[in-house]
Ligand binder design. Sequence first.
Ligand code: ADP
Ligand code: MG
Length: 384
Amino acid sequence: MSRVILPGAMVNGQPATLGVMGGGQLGRMFVHAAQAMGYFTAVLDPDTASPAGRVSHHHIQTDYLDEQGLAQLMQRCAAITTEFENVPAPALTTLGAHRPVAPGAEAVAIAQDRAAEKAHFVRCGVPVAPHAVIENAEQLRAVTDDLLPGILKTARMGYDGKGQIRVTTREALSAAWAELKNVPCVLEKMLPLQAECSVIVARAADGQMVHFPVQLNVHREGILAVTSVYEGALPKTLTQQAVAATRAIAEGLAYVGVLCVEFFILQDGQLVVNEMAPRPHNSGHYTLDACDQSQFDLQVRTLTGLPLTPPRQHSPAIMLNLLGDLWREGQTPNWGQVLDRSVNIFSICESSPTSQSKMSLESNSAAKSVRPGCWTTRSSTPTW
Ligand code: ADP
Ligand code: MG
């Protein structure tokens, strides 16, 4: 990873091309950033209509573990990144043997498994929710009552609150594990949350690290709904703690690339790490409009070895994450209302526009004046 890949340079006989495993919305924004900087791009995603595949110079339409697909990606690309954490880690190992790959397979493998992820956080000295790993009936029986009420989460493949069941009794816990098909799980104690926040860092191969401001997030039904980033949105001591914890977590992985770490802020003000994403994150989309460099620009820079400078937020931001199913059964958005803001529509699926289209809507002005409407899911008034 030490060699710099300049845009326009010839690498292995072709103009510098950056590859991305996965063709979703994050891949699409990576492709846009890479192309704006002068790179060619290649996307590997089996979906013929993947959002990133549609805008990339090259789209390799194979499974993530398909040997020919991986060989084609390596042949095309000077370096390769990933846009979702469930890209099989062995595919990244294969690619990493021949090309610079960032983030590396090891870091991605840890992020793919809640149990390994929590163990890593503990190793880095960052507090996690009290929890137990449940992989067999014996471990289920050994669960202590102090973890209830809790949330049973599948160790792998969960996202947007999927693969999670809230339980209050031991009987409910057994039933929930059966409902999750007895796959390896983590039972987490339900914590009294005051708020949630996330931190995005970019770490270069030489260890240099920069970060975006701490993002204050509201989730509804396990899905990110609102991200607020402006001076005073969170107390300074808390943001310093969150940044220090995120840097320690990235450092401990010898991470290269963009990493997002999500935290809980408890009622008593304590900061507890929740999970990490080895890639850009939905809570960082505001960086496209409110910062001098976006999280995707930094993904390109860490992948290519270009120098990192600390990103600067030039405008306060409140971002709404709107899912397409807001407009059911043929309804359309109120475009007049939506288009007077910075809007980023990243996927409209022709076959099912109501369930598949998603939209991030960003407002860079008057952040504080829109604040009250964004807090409807807060159960209590913040203590700061
Ligand atoms: P996902 O991987 O689907 O994002 P998370 O583990 O981040 O799943 O959980 C989704 C949301 O559920 C969190 O953002 C938080 O609002 C809530 N949640 C998760 N775990 C806990 C917990 N231990 N205590 C309280 N709330 C939780
Ligand atoms: Mg989460």
